[in-house]
Design a protein around this ligand. Structure first.
Ligand code: DGL
Length: 248
């Protein structure tokens, strides 16, 4: 008898707002039998501009709710929270915690100049510095984007490409890393502006989640979405973005 039919794996995703829905979507397609939860805190976006203590308090509040679910794995679908809080959270909770990080390693492999776009909190973090020391090179440049995440969060149903372009710096690049899950919604516009490959941490993170759950990674998937509970923040908006923008 397959007991997993009766006690499904519970996977809790968490982001400040809508950004993590990108990771939820790619994971959901590969976890048809799991019970999925999406925790968000939309009214406090942008997390990446919050002072450390405020960010920690906001994250602690959400994680105490996640702990009540007793998840098989918790997924931080937010580069900012991974960069600033993952160590502390891992020492506090005994369930596995997977966190998304900027795909510096994958981008630098292509060669040339690599631009890493991130929130101010991620851009200034020791964790991004460590990642770049390990996998980057002297042409890896971090660009802090203080307005980008909020712009996407507020305008998701009506993104104005011209306004968006104005938020992106005029720099030359051979690769771009989107180091914030909100930016993934405008990946095509970024690709158009810089004319180079654009990387996100989504695939690497999905692989790690599946690995923790003992599920094999499938590049080709049957489009079936399991049940998802949207918890906290603007639940209706998150649900709409998931089904109307991503599942469309
Ligand atoms: N989506 C989050 C990230 O990946 C941050 C957005 C925010 O600043 O709230 O960093």
């Amino acid at each position: 008898m397959d007991l997993s039919e009766f006690s499904p794996q519970k996977v809790c995703f968490f982001d400040s707002g809508i950004g993590g829905l990108n990771l939820l979507y790619e994971s959901a397609l590969r976890l048809p039998k799991a019970e999925l939860y999406y925790f968000a805190d939309n009214f406090k976006v942008p997390y990446g501009n919050l002072p450390d203590k405020e960010l920690e308090n906001a994250v602690d509040e959400i994680f105490s709710e996640i702990a009540k679910i007793n998840p098989t794995v918790a997924v931080i679908a937010c580069n900012t929270v991974t960069a600033r809080c993952v160590g502390r959270l891992r020492s506090k909770y005994d369930f596995p915690i997977v966190g998304i990080q900027p795909a510096v390693k994958e981008a630098v492999r292509v060669g040339g100049k690599c631009l890493v776009f991130a929130t101010p909190a991620t851009a200034q973090s020791a964790s991004l510095r460590k990642l770049i020391n390990e996998y980057g090179n002297d042409t890896t440049q971090v660009v802090a984007c203080p307005h980008f995440a909020q712009f996407v969060e507020q305008n998701i149903f009506n993104l104005n490409e011209e306004e968006l372009m104005g938020l992106l710096p005029d720099l030359k690049a051979d690769t771009v890393v989107l180091g914030c899950t909100h930016y993934i919604f405008v990946k095509e516009a970024v690709q158009k502006k810089y004319g180079c490959p654009v990387f996100t941490g989504v695939e690497g993170t999905v692989r790690r989640i599946l690995n923790v759950l003992g599920v094999e990674y499938q590049p080709q998937i049957v489009p079936f979405i399991p049940k998802i509970s949207f918890v906290g923040g603007d639940e209706e908006k998150n649900k709409r973005v998931f089904y109307e923008v991503l599942c469309r």
